[in-house]
Design a protein around this ligand. Structure first.
Ligand code: ADP
Length: 321
């Protein structure tokens, strides 16, 4: 393989730059030329493609966001536009593409690779949601988790000073992973995730009983996929004997310098993706399960839903009470 290209697509996540750096440097070490595609599939379609040189990936290992920029591209849903995108790759003799993103980006990648078998594609899971089956963690999840933990510590200070109950909404679209592990690691006093719904229907009683025993504040964690924290707080506030506040963390969870765990994950997966391309693999995603590098067909990511670990969930609920 003489030339490959890298793009980041869909929602950004901390560690995408680390993965770009690792993939590019690993490719250089194998004598492979590397191109960057700006704004995901939009750049592939609009021919916004440039050659990446070693200096371009120097100093980005610890930078949040993505130097390649990211976007959503509606045109890419149509085969005629994917044809133009494929031709833009061909004219530079690009034979392999590394797609860093979520399962939406993988769907686009799969269509491109099915229609244009001369272009090989490997996906790297990059999203803070940790919602991709076939890998224990996605790039950005650990950093986002640490961001939530910092926020929890700060909110708890003010919550305790005013003896309030806080409802904290964290990101996660349809996935409760970020909320669950924020609750476990941050000592949440209540948890709602989309996979389990409103399992804590006795939450108001639990909070009131705890308060009688001397607890000064509560911090209930809500995954955005369960519903809005504002609405949930509104429903419960008349049953709770303390004053209630809501904090929606929002996009702060997407930014920041990647954590050590995310940098290691991104570095290993970036290099592995290139290795697999050089070995002729196509239409696959790379991941790490139980500390072992793994590959699955891209379709595995949407044909299988990442399952919440029931034991971890039960533990979070037990300790939240
Ligand atoms: P994520 O990768 O974070 O899940 P999206 O679901 O927004 O993000 O998908 C990112 C991009 O992938 C879309 O904007 C589109 O360009 C492309 N894409 C998603 N689904 C398809 C599909 N079925 N066919 C072609 N391209 C797709």
């Amino acid at each position: 393989m003489k030339s490959i290209a890298i793009l980041t697509s869909g929602g950004d996540s901390p560690g995408m730059n680390t993965a770009i750096r690792a993939a590019a440097k690993y490719a250089f070490s194998k004598g492979v030329k590397v191109f960057g595609i700006r704004r995901g599939y939009t750049g592939m379609l609009n021919d916004d493609i440039f050659e990446i040189e070693p200096k371009d990936v120097s100093g980005i290992i610890d930078r949040g966001g993505t130097m390649l920029l990211t976007a959503r591209c509606m045109e890419f849903h149509e085969a005629k536009h994917r044809q133009i995108a494929a031709d833009n790759l061909r004219k530079r003799e690009i034979e392999g593409v590394v797609v860093i993103g979520g399962d939406g980006s993988y769907r686009g990648a799969k269509n491109l690779s099915d229609e244009h078998p001369d272009i090989k594609i490997v996906g790297i899971p990059g999203t803070i949601d940790n919602d991709i089956a076939g890998t224990d963690n996605t790039i950005g999840f650990d950093t986002a988790l640490n961001t939530v933990l910092e926020a929890i510590a700060k909110i708890r200070d003010t919550a305790t000073s005013h003896e309030r109950t806080y409802f904290l909404e964290v990101m996660g679209r349809g996935s409760g992973e970020l909320a669950l592990y924020s609750c476990l690691a941050g000592g949440g006093d209540g948890l709602f995730i989309p996979e389990k719904g409103f399992a804590m229907n006795d939450l108001a009683d639990v909070i009131n009983t705890r308060r009688k025993k001397g607890k000064l504040s509560d911090l209930v964690i809500i995954s955005e996929g369960t519903g809005s924290a504002t609405e949930i707080a509104e429903r419960l506030k008349n049953k709770i004997n303390s004053s209630v506040r809501v904090t929606i963390l929002g996009h702060v969870q997407r930014g920041g310098s990647p954590s050590a765990m995310d940098r290691i994950l991104a570095t290993k997966l970036g290099a592995f993706a290139i290795e697999e391309l050089i070995n002729g693999k196509d239409g696959i995603m790379v991941g790490i399960e139980s500390n072992k590098l793994t590959t699955y067909p891209l379709s595995y990511s949407w044909e299988n839903k990442k399952v919440i670990d029931d034991k971890d969930y039960e533990l979070a609920i037990t300790l939240a009470k």
